[in-house]
Structures are given as structure tokens and as C-alpha cells.
Design a protein around this ligand. Structure first.
Ligand SMILES: Cc1cc2nc3c(=O)[nH]c(=O)nc-3n(C[C@H](O)[C@H](O)[C@H](O)COP(=O)(O)O)c2cc1C
Length: 255
């Protein structure tokens, strides 16, 4: 069924411009109805191996001596990486810069290193690790409230699988690690109802920008990726594609 292209464009434009305040009945949101907020972090399956991470804030302070101004000036998309591994300190610093917890305000609200509409932080971070010192290659999930990684799968071919899921963009296969962010819309919908979806997309940009800046400060490089196969990424990460789905990706490697 082919829709009129002009109408399709109009629908997409509406996503971009509407919904944030005017048309949403906030009296119907889950928060307003007194329902509990969804958990701030996805639970870790009990049989999963948990690996402690170095303190990301301390690691970034120790490793990154570049000024913010210089990092902003030098930031660029990097699609060529050396074969060097990232250290665990470097990975912890990048995770902290992108989704680290700054302050827990209550069981249902925490502030992080990036802003988020209503401090809802509707993302989880998955890592396709190929070369990080001390970590077997495979799939991991960041547990920001525990300072740990959940090891979801050991897989020596994770880099090429990530590249395939990113529509064959080969520089992904050469990365030391690829960050995949998933959205869990219920976290944002709890507060904003139908206004949630635009701000989730806006929030994703902050996360990736912090990755760019932290990479620049650590002599590493990254490149935002929105051209990916939705189903293939969701399968790779083991998420259901409904309650949780891939929203953004970014390979990282040393330059
Ligand atoms: C939302 C978004 C999606 C992007 N998707 C891709 C992508 O799938 N593949 C790619 O090679 N670059 C991608 N890029 C990187 C852009 O091509 C890059 O930012 C642009 O060319 C400007 O270059 P600069 O980042 O070095 O300033 C994306 C950037 C953004 C912000």
C-alpha cells in the first residue's frame, strides 16, 4: 500500500513539531494517575556475570586532560580506528560520560551526566565489545547504578555482527567497541504520555554528543549511526522491539 509521499512527509514533520505541550492531556499520564514509575535501570538476569567497572568519573579526570573548548573544537566523526584495544578505564570513562549517574534524588528519579526531559532517562546502553583489555569479546549491558557491566554473551564475532546490523557499514567491524542505545518508552511515557516520543529522540542526541567529546579527550574516535537495520539490531541486543528497541549506535576505537 503506497501512501502519498507528501502525506508521509507531513506525518513525519508532525512528529518533529507537535506534541510537546499543547495537545497532550497530562491529567491522563501514568504519573498523574499515581502509578509507580518504571525502574530507572533494567534489571540484570540473576545468572548473568557482573563485572565491576573502574570509577568512570575518576577515570575521565585521570585520562582526559583536554579542555572542553578544545574537545568541542576537535570533535569530528571518526570512521577509521587503529587495532589498539581500549583500556577498561577508558571504557568506564566513556560510559560515565554518556549515561553515568550524578545524583539519585529518589527511588524513581536520578540525575545523570546528560540532561533528559523530566529526568526520565529512557535509555539502556549495550556494548558490542571486540577489543577492551580484560573483557572477553561479546555483548554487555551497562549497569550505571551499580558501576558494573552485565556480560550477556561471549562472542568473538560480535564486531562483524554489529557491522551487519548497521547495514554493512564496515568501519563498525573495525571498532574496539560499539555502543548501542535502546529506548524504553514507558519510562518517558509515565510522565509525558503522548509527548514522550519526541523528547526521547532529543535526549538520544545528548548522549551521543557526550560520547564524541569524551572520545576526543581520550584520543579515541566515534561516529554517530542512525542508519541501521532496526530488527537486526534489536535481535543482536536481545530486546523485544516493542517495550525496548534500538535508537542509536556509535562505534568507538583508538585513533
Ligand atoms: C543522527 C545522526 C546519524 C548519523 N548516522 C550516520 C551513519 O549511519 N553513518 C555514518 O557514517 N555517519 C553517520 N552520521 C555522522 C554524520 O555523517 C556526520 O556527523 C556529518 O557528516 C558531519 O561530520 P562531523 O560529525 O565530522 O562534523 C550521523 C550523524 C548523526 C548526528
Amino acid at each position: 500500500m503506497n501512501q502519498n509521499p507528501a502525506r508521509q512527509l507531513a506525518e513525519k514533520r508532525a512528529f518533529l513539531k507537535d506534541h510537546v505541550r499543547q495537545e497532550v492531556d497530562f491529567s491522563r499520564t501514568a504519573q498523574h494517575r499515581g502509578l509507580p514509575a518504571p525502574p530507572l535501570q533494567k534489571p540484570c538476569p540473576p545468572e548473568t556475570v557482573r563485572l565491576p567497572l573502574p570509577d568512570g568519573a575518576a577515570a575521565l579526570a585521570r585520562l582526559g586532560s583536554m579542555s572542553v573548548g578544545e574537545a568541542i573544537r576537535r570533535r569530528e566523526s571518526v570512521r577509521g580506528y587503529t587495532s589498539a584495544a581500549l583500556s577498561l578505564d577508558e571504557l568506564a570513562a566513556l560510559l560515565w560520560a554518556t549515561q553515568g549517574v550524578r545524583e539519585v534524588l529518589s527511588p524513581s528519579c536520578a540525575l545523570r551526566t546528560v540532561p533528559s526531559a523530566g529526568a526520565r532517562h529512557a535509555f539502556e546502553t549495550y556494548l558490542a565489545v571486540s577489543r577492551v583489555a580484560g573483557l572477553p569479546p561479546g555483548l554487555y549491558r551497562y549497569l550505571p547504578f551499580d558501576g558494573q557491566l552485565a556480560q550477556l554473551a561471549v562472542d568473538s564475532r560480535i564486531g562483524s555482527k554489529a557491522a551487519l546490523a548497521c547495514l554493512g557499514q564496515q568501519f563498525v567491524a573495525a571498532a574496539a567497541v560499539t555502543f548501542f542505545w535502546t529506548a524504553l518508552p514507558a519510562r518517558m511515557e509515565w510522565r509525558y504520555g503522548l509527548a514522550a516520543h519526541k523528547v526521547i529522540a532529543l535526549d538520544a542526541g545528548h548522549v551521543c554528543q557526550n560520547l564524541y567529546l569524551a572520545c576526543t579527550a581520550l584520543a579515541a574516535g566515534t561516529c554517530a549511526i542512525a542508519a541501521y537495520d532496526q530488527d537486526a539490531c534489536d535481535r543482536l541486543l536481545g530486546v523485544d522491539g516493542g517495550e525496548e528497541f534500538t535508537i542509536y549506535a556509535a562505534p568507538v576505537g583508538k585513533c
